[in-house]
Design a protein around this ligand. Sequence first.
Ligand code: IMP
Length: 464
Amino acid sequence: MRPRVTIVLGLQWGDEGKGKILDVMASEADWVLRAQGGNNAGHTVEIGGEKFVLHLVPSGILRAKVSCLIAGGAVVDPAGLVREIEGLARRKIRTQGRLFLAEQAHLVLPQHRAVDQGSEKKRGLAKIGTTGRGIGPAYSDKATRVGLRAGEMALPAAELARRLRERVMAHNRVAGSQGWEKISATKTVREIEKAARFLRPYLADGVTLAHRAVAGGKRILIEGAQGTFLDVDHGTYPFVTSSHCTAGGACTGTGVRILIEGAQGTFLDVDHGTYPFVTSSHCTAGGACTGTGVPPTAIQRVVGVLKAYTTRVGGGPFVTEDGTLGHLLHGMGREFGSTTGRARRCGWFDAVLVRRAVQLNGVTEMAITNLDGLDGLEKIPVCVGYRFERKILQEPPVESSDWARCRPVYRVFEGWCEPTTEARHWKELPRRARIYLSAISQLVGATIGIISVGAGREQTFRHG
Ligand code: IMP
């Protein structure tokens, strides 16, 4: 029997192809619940050559029979959500009666974007590389218990306006000294009230909805956004005082992408401050439970989505980063962020990283994507350990600054040098691709359940 409640999440730094895998898995689902994050996420789904990019709305919306919930663990930019729903309506995707917004979810307000963007500017070269969507400041207000929740959009207009003005004034009082842009209270009230009128029919008690679905034996997918190593607890958080550049790729510590062609292995001290390179929510399996209110005991399956190589956007350590691979993938038109359009940093598959993600999330099976990205390569290195101060580590170090100083220990696989995009079955993959995938599975300690060889729905098949 197919498991009823499944978590689907990313095992790397986000952008693993979760949107596509969720869309495929949603053909056998009744509900998709988005657990955390906000419109910093960008889930891309291609159906019959048509491309959909979703930021807050769960990918399940593209399957007519699936109901979707943006759960309480998410943070919601009301105007952004309205734009997304309107965009879906223009493409004849019905949301009324099948998309719900949890009253428990916190709101991302204009001042959150101002703080996010202003703080990044102030950090200069040491910026985190956030999406600028106000995510961190919104979660910060939630944690300090001054946030507004989606349910408050149903308040009488005068009361909602009062609460909004109060928040904007508190922001404006400190904005000047912090280098943040001041916000107009009138404009904020107008923007949020307009969005609130539109979104009210979508509001629901998210926890009750989720529990009814569990109790009713519905098939539920819990959608994680971002990825394990952007988790505020388990990501590359700890403060860095200086960091180093590995491989001939981008400079990890600065958040500035400096291409140093041919300078593989050069160390560049950056010494640029103390910033944590994570998002502000819990992108791991535990976060899927707290975000939705679905208890851990209800979870029967955890599908970890990962790329056949590694990418990340924004700053932070990236041991297997490789400028040449990045160059190649960007040249193929791949690996540009769907939310910000930024070119993603690219590197080889990092088994140390994914092994840790498998442990953290209790992964029961993996969905591996973008295998076709490696089709043209003669040699494919896989990182099997980290060299750090004369030791070989099998786990990532706790400190980001140490992590940034690790060098990859590679095992090199023979490339298959032929297209995988037409494969629809394990046996149709080139022999060397099968060897590569089996080795990855063994190295990280989890079985591969789904393989994706292209952006289309049909370019996905089950294994095992
Ligand atoms: P924030 O979530 O906008 O605060 O950004 C914090 C870090 O997480 C930055 O490095 C972002 O590039 C990264 N990030 C946030 N959302 C995503 C995502 O959906 N995919 C990949 N990286 C993300």
